[in-house]
Write a protein that binds this ligand. Sequence first.
Ligand code: ZN
Ligand code: ZN
Ligand code: FE
Length: 775
Amino acid sequence: MIVDSDRTAPVNALQLSVRGIVQGVGFRPFVYRLAQRYALTGQVSNNGEGVAIVVGGAPEALQAFVVALEADAPPVARITRIDVRPADEDAGDAAWQPFRILPSRQGMRPSTQIAPDIALCTDCLREILDSKNRRYRYPFTNCTNCGPRFSIVEHIPYDRPNTSMRRFVMCEDCRREYEDPLDRRFHAQPNACPVCGPQLSWHDRDGQPVAGDGLELAAAALAAGQVVAIKGLGGFHLAVDACADEAVATLRQRKNRPAKPLAIMVGNLETAARFARIDDGEAALLTSPEHPIVLVARRDGNGLARGIAPGIGPIGLMLAYTPLHALLFVQSATPEALVMTSGNRSDEPICIGNAEALQRLRGLADGFLLHDRDIVTRVDDSVARVLDGRVRLLRRARGYSPVPIPLRRPTADILACGAEMKSSFCIVRNNEAYISQHIGELTGVENFDFFRESVDHLEAVLEVSPERVACDQHPDYLSSRYAHGRVGLCQEVQHHHAHIGAVLAEMGLDGPVLGIVLDGAGYGHDGTVFGGEIYRADRNSYTRLARLSHLLLPGGDRAAEQPWRMALSLLFQSIGAGVLAEQTQPSSLLAIDPTHKQLVGQMMVKGLHCPKTSSCGRLFDAVSALLGLCLFSDYEGQAAMLLEQQASLVGDDSNFPAYPVTLTSEDGLRVIDSAPLGKLVCADLASSVARPVIARRFHRWLVDALQAVIEELRLRTGITEVILSGGCMQNKLLLETLAGQLRAHGSTVHAGALVPMNDGGIALGQAYIGGHVCA
Ligand code: ZN
Ligand code: ZN
Ligand code: FE
């Protein structure tokens, strides 16, 4: 926080301006109470920058007030700056009136800092469980320290008439709380109670309302193994009993999602600890105001259904984060753990409207737990994992959107449109980067609509429409097309430069750095698909210095969905046309139709429909398929995750050597030669080396190779700062061993934390590079 004060002599009236997330979080009441505490006069109001304060009183009291302003700020507030100066003449009068809170003025340019949606606080939880409290069992309880924010805001400023709470008129009791500066609900915009607020309702599978207690009916349905659609904070979930094999299988079959890991929700930390091994850092993250899904190690024999996350070690776990969830879990019938997966058909955006849900989720859900508070903005659950000693967001959405990332280097106002997978966009205003909530794969019409709506909404909320635009170089991404269709200057940013730029932006670095980017696919300027590259980069420019050797992508994009093709491709790189002979193939590929294999082999021999790639993701696919872990991929990253899981089964890897590293040179680039891997892996398979050992040898090979190249480049360039980025870096084993090895050899290592390492972070990098203001 910056405290900027030009006060030189004792004064008895001050003017303060507080910036950050200070609206809609109980900040004015907090200031009011603080003024009472120190017997100060004056006023507090919201303005376009944040909160403006005028105070008069004894100099010591004023001093204490300024200190407490930051030290005791409400839990949800995020102060980025406080300016303090002596009150000018206009404000002087106000400084001596009994302290009051001024209402937000219509037409005033409001602060754009809308708070994210915050998980139920402990005070509110206590009230809804207290049979004597008037909010007993009321699922829409909230206060200034918790509850919906971003997901219900239509316009700014964040006042009730500008939210979807507008249609609920507060009852006398609620109004009294709302107007009482000493109440926890003073100016809590979504304040409500059973008398005046939103109500639950239960609907059968055809959408017909059913009389009765919604919570009880939902709990009974879940206990019976049914799939229940639950309207949450930023969208619908589909829920089933997470310990019931059959229920989970039904959900998977209806959603047409055979293998993608499902997140689970439990009522509290104690229950969570029965299903997973949770360390202190993970516990803090689970119970933080953001309440993200946290990837944690599952406990053996935990009773969870087999189908929760097939083949994958960690499970995605979150705690109940709305009063509705909390109340559901105290129903005696409710299962201990619920699968909570986004309420959509695969690859479509999450449902938010009641009518929309009843229509789109028809056939998926056996019952609907609805309510009549509208969700204005879709916000999925965020996903985080503790990796290499830090909390890393893998999906940035609920609880984090739209908190801006402050940029420490001047950046022009700009809209950056992101990439295609795990897409998000980013708007920079006043050197603050607002990264949109996770949008999803930007391929179908529905997600593209969601993307455009979200751009419009965030532009409206921020009151900007930047003339500068940045996008990926890939001409066919919908995000690129959208960017080119906008008026104004459009800058194309290379995919991996953007991956590196995101980390530069988050860490406030200028570079030059060495950037290792490992991902699935980045548009290459030479007609190949990039994805395993090392660059020298700064904010302005990048030079590619090294890469993984090329593999063929038989059939282009289909190769990414069918890892068995990559297995053949890696073998082809190793032994050439010999790959066509069945006996050279490992038994893992016996499951593939020989005619398909012949076809793919011929494509490679003839060089037809076989673009070249240096993608690390595809190399993981190849090894994973050779081991028979994943021949067809059900979701992005599946083959790599299964391979990581196998490698993680090896406790001590000092008993066997890593595969040897070969570095070559081509066109002035250092090349890590992956071709020998095909033979090496097959030889290990032939001599019955355990799959976890092979998987581990491969991981070590990759780390050793990258380390060797960085060592060379460090000597050549003198650069010791290394950035790790790209979706493959979400691999805990890879990231942690690579970072550890680089540090041991004298590098300083950076990787995204608040900004995803996968393509969800691309937009920030594009904005930082595209918005660079030449000094
Ligand atoms: Zn609360
Ligand atoms: Zn009320
Ligand atoms: Fe990428």
